[in-house]
Design a protein around this ligand. Structure first.
Ligand code: C2E
Ligand code: MG
Ligand code: MG
Ligand code: MG
Length: 291
């Protein structure tokens, strides 16, 4: 009997592997046409200045509704688009859409767009950004490009050069998911950056209280370095008041997370009052931040 269960388990394992493979193949094939078939949309998540209570940025987050499989997470399909190089035109579509949408938003709001390492390595990338800004008629200072540590650390000298070109266009540059890769505090000095986004795994550590002393110390050090380098620090993944309070106390001035506002379609964003997107929860967050 035990033998039979073992065989069934092995069979289930093999068939689950087969299903995962089949899903991957389907997604890799279908993502090629997702944009032209109108299956892609952008959602926008607000970022707040924790001192003034104002929304200061929105991050564009790609959404794909597959006709049979439903919502597919970008964490699942972006890597597939990267593997085939599709991310280059797809990323341009995202930037174009976000810059066009930004023109419907208050002029004080910056729109943040995620950029894949594959896009950054494309020698035409700065030209593409310039063309998108021109075609969409958006002031360059209203666009922030978010890059991950892996994108920058593959070839620091080259990445640094490209970031310099982007900033020369007047675009802002952010380091996303800080702390998950291999960027040291001193490499922040060598990269031309405007913003550092603390990965939500660190923010999660501050959940429900003082959190891990190590995380507190580390974030304190990051915030001190950021101040010297004149970098804006954003805390991602704020989900509770304790996290918000801890980060505010450490001197972090910008926050993003479900506590303050979830990613929503543009029309939802436009129908929310500007001084209080996220409604009641934002008010509550601001009260805590200012307490
Ligand atoms: P990211 O750039 O770090 O974006 C933040 C992710 O955290 C988003 O997930 C957002 O929905 C989620 N998030 C925001 N607040 C909270 C919170 O309080 N708690 C938790 N648990 N999560 C929160 P999403 O939209 O699933 O995107 C996942 C990742 O996919 C993004 O991480 C980004 O790396 C990538 N991505 C999304 N859109 C694009 C895109 O247009 N281009 C590229 N290259 N990558 C994208
Ligand atoms: Mg991001
Ligand atoms: Mg992030
Ligand atoms: Mg992240």
């Amino acid at each position: 009997r035990a033998k039979r269960t073992g065989k069934n388990a092995a069979y289930r394992y093999a068939s689950a592997l087969g299903e995962a493979e089949a899903r991957r193949a389907t997604l890799e094939r279908d993502v090629q046409h997702a944009a032209t078939r109108g299956e892609l949309t952008l959602h926008y998540q607000p970022l707040f200045d924790l001192r003034t209570r104002q929304a200061v940025k929105v991050e564009a987050l790609l959404r794909w509704t597959h006709p049979q499989l439903g919502e597919v997470s970008p964490a699942e399909f972006i890597p597939l688009a990267e593997a085939t190089g599709l991310i280059v035109p797809l990323g341009e579509w995202v930037m174009c859409r976000a810059c066009t949408d930004a023109r419907h938003l208050p002029g004080t709001l910056v729109v943040a767009v995620n950029v894949s390492p594959v896009q950054l390595e494309d020698p035409d990338f700065p030209q593409t950004v310039r063309a998108v800004l021109r075609d969409c008629g958006l002031a360059p200072g209203r666009l922030e490009l978010e890059l991950t540590e892996t994108a920058l650390m593959r070839d620091v000298a080259r990445a640094s050069h490209t970031l310099g070109e982007l900033r020369a266009l007047g675009v802002r540059v952010a380091l996303d998911d800080f702390g998950t890769g291999h960027t040291s505090l001193s490499s922040l000095r060598d990269l031309p950056l405007d913003t550092v986004k603390i990965d939500r795994s660190f923010v999660a550590d501050l959940r429900g209280g003082q959190g891990q002393p190590f995380t507190q110390t580390l974030l304190g050090a990051l915030l001190q370095v950021a101040e010297v380098l004149d970098l804006e620090v954003v805390a991602e993944g704020l989900e509770d008041d304790a996290q918000l309070r801890a980060l505010h106390a450490l001197g972090c001035h910008v926050g993003q997370g479900y506590l303050l506002g979830r990613p929503v379609p543009l029309d939802r964003l436009l129908s929310t009052p500007w001084d209080a997107p996220g409604g009641a929860s934002q008010e509550r967050a601001a009260e805590v931040a200012l307490a």
